[in-house]
Design a protein around this ligand. Structure first.
Ligand code: PRP
Ligand code: URA
Length: 207
């Protein structure tokens, strides 16, 4: 597993806004959008480019486009808040969706939807979820992706717990993980500490 902590003054500032319990839903969503830009920017640094000749108003020169834009997969609900920003930066990308809700007693993910291409052979996949806590939700997603042939999976999350990172490592799935912070750990409710609370509720309200 290749782990990158996107530690930048702007990332720390946005993350602090998200952590602050006084931050309302709208400001939380705005900070997550900004942070997503930073995560996507770093995660796309090595994407392959295709060259072509383009004409500027002055002369011809070499132009570039992404050779194979990654499939973007937000994990509902909380990953929805990262989806538009990631898609804005990768406008040629297609998007799939996975819907999971963590059982708050067992802490295991319960799946309620998956909308993914039939085959993911030779496709880069960017999984978006602001929170990596026990890692159960992402490992469930890995099963959906690898069973369709995916071999190139990148996880973008705002916060990660060491326990979740270990679980991802133990899954044995070749992986890149980009996060803005590795927090202290999980509490007895499997919430990230210091964390930011429930990322879905912080964006959309408790349902
Ligand atoms: C949150 C979060 C992750 C998951 C992380 O979603 O968005 O998907 O918990 O926890 P884990 O690493 O222990 O699996 P939740 O299940 O609360 O659903 P929501 O996005 O609808 O709020
Ligand atoms: N899901 C969240 O939204 N927050 C946590 O701290 C853990 C799981």
């Amino acid at each position: 597993m290749q782990l990158t902590v996107v530690d930048h003054p702007l990332a720390r500032a946005r993350l602090s806004t998200m952590r602050d319990e006084r931050t309302g839903n709208a400001a939380f969503r705005a900070a997550l959008r900004d942070l997503t830009q930073m995560l996507v920017y770093e995660a796309t640094r090595d994407l392959a480019l295709a060259e072509s000749t383009i004409q500027t108003p002055v002369t011809s020169t070499t132009g570039y486009r992404l050779a194979a834009p990654p499939l973007i997969v937000p994990v509902l609900r909380a990953g929805l808040g990262m989806a538009d920003t990631a898609h804005g930066m990768l406008p040629e990308s297609q998007m799939g969706f996975v819907g999971l809700a963590r059982n708050e007693v067992t802490f295991s993910p319960e799946a309620y939807m998956a909308s993914l291409p039939e085959t993911l052979v030779d496709r880069d996949v960017f999984l978006l979820d602001p929170m990596l806590a026990t890692g159960g939700s992402l490992v469930h997603c890995f099963g959906l992706l690898t069973s369709r042939g995916a071999t190139s999976i990148t996880v973008l999350c705002a916060l990660a717990a060491p326990e979740g990172l270990r679980r991802l490592e133990e899954s044995g799935v070749p992986l890149r993980v980009f996060t803005a912070s590795i927090d202290e750990g999980l509490n007895e409710n499997a919430y990230i500490v210091p964390g930011l609370g429930d990322a879905g509720d912080r964006q959309f309200g408790a349902v």
